[in-house]
Design a binder for this molecule. Structure first.
Ligand SMILES: *Cc1c(COP(=O)(O)O)cnc(C)c1O
Length: 378
């Protein structure tokens, strides 16, 4: 099956008893056992496994061209599960322009447990590889990056990775429709399903997909031991969102291009970041490893923070709110919102300036989006 078909059918056969075409939401916390140690279909207690989550996990695995999927209560819960694969003394190599919450987890939580983190201020695989040491156990890559949409060459990082290190790619921005990191040599692909996969800004969820049984097994153990699982009802909503991912991503992409081109031609705008532009520094790599671009467009406004404030207040259709990837368009101010937990000097160095606005372009009629932007910029 091709990806768009897998999103709708993988792991979602009609219910064998009733024929229900949608996977029923199974809310039972416990399952009758037919004798000592005799379980039906492997279910005993819903934290360990339940049919709604299992079905979603199969869909997610197929969607990422992987073998094993795990669904978590949030993207950060999934990331914590990845970090549970490490031990004191291990090192993680990443870049600084990752999701702010990931940066916070890396710098404020896990150093306490003896894990150290190195952030390479470059997206060049050769530069990233220079940070690898004998202790490097995890390489954490986000591409396109948040919020500047830099592109990291996944296959080149995979080729340079030390033998015992795990390459994890946060694939939240691209979604599996546009990028499948496991096909490019990643060991794990990680998602905040809250964003494009869920697609409707109505759940918080996370996922990990891998082809490696030796990684899936401890992730499954951790999921049960720590309990950071996606609930049955939310599993249903994530699965329902995933069904329309292909058509949504096509519309996000075409709307984002229209918006990015409009912004590029506007005198109130200093710079536009969109990885679908041929003059974007990551364009060639994006072309090689991605099948398209999501609805993410960032811009620097002329006139600094006061203009940002006027612009944000001037928007009426585009909502000023955290998050991304939903059907509705959102604007956010990375400097204080998504990247508020990154120190100011570092934000300046990596380009998260005070005049930067990030747009998550939804699937509304593009003319209405342009009208809103035209008014706010005016
Ligand atoms: C939102 C986000 C996360 C965190 O996910 P939650 O579901 O909010 O916990 C991680 N990575 C990226 C790229 C994100 O956008």
């Amino acid at each position: 099956m091709k990806l768009a078909t897998k999103f709708i059918h993988a792991g979602q056969d009609p219910d064998p008893r009733t024929g229900a075409v949608n996977v029923p939401i199974n809310t039972s916390s416990t399952y009758k056992q037919d004798g000592v140690g005799v379980q039906r279909d492997g279910y005993e207690y819903a934290r360990s496994g339940n049919p709604s989550r299992r079905s979603l996990e199969q869909t997610l695995a197929a969607a990422e061209n992987g073998k094993f999927g795990r669904a978590f209560a949030s993207g950060l819960a999934a990331e914590t599960a990845v970090l549970s694969l490490l031990s004191p003394g291990d090192e993680v190599v990443s870049t600084p322009d990752i999701y702010g919450g990931t940066y916070r987890l890396f710098t404020k939580v896990f150093p306490k447990y003896g894990i150290s983190f190195r952030f390479v201020e470059s997206h060049d695989p050769a530069e990233i590889a220079k940070a690898f040491t004998a202790k490097t156990r995890l390489i954490w890559i986000e591409t396109p990056t948040n919020p500047l949409l830099n592109i990291v060459d996944i296959a080149e990082v995979a080729a340079r990775k030390p033998k015992d290190a795990i390459l994890a790619v946060d694939n939240t921005f691209a979604s599996p429709y546009f990028q499948t990191p496991l096909d490019l040599g990643a060991d794990l692909t990680v998602h905040s399903t809250t964003k494009y996969i869920g697609g409707h800004s109505d759940i918080i969820g996370g996922a990990i997909v891998t082809n490696r049984a030796d990684l899936d097994e401890p992730l499954g153990f951790y999921q049960n031991a720590a309990g950071s699982i996606q609930s049955p009802y939310e599993s249903y909503l994530v699965q329902r969102g995933l069904k329309t991912l292909a058509v949504r991503m096509e519309q996000h992409q075409s709307n984002a291009r229209v918006v990015a081109e409009f912004l590029r031609g506007h005198t109130a705008v200093e710079k536009v970041f969109f990885a679908g532009f041929e003059d974007h520094p990551g364009y060639a790599v994006a072309k090689k490893q991605m099948r398209g671009q999501p609805g993410m467009v960032s811009l620097r406004l002329q006139g600094g923070r006061p203009s940002v404030d006027r612009f944000i207040r001037g928007l009426s259709l585009i909502t000023f709110a955290e998050s991304l990837g939903g059907v509705e368009s959102l604007a956010c101010y990375p400097y204080l919102m998504t990247h508020g937990s990154i120190p100011a000097e570092q934000k300046d160095r990596i380009g998260i300036t005070e005049n930067l606005v990030r747009l998550s372009i939804g699937i509304e009629d593009p003319e209405d989006l342009l009208d809103d932007l035209r008014r706010a910029l005016g």
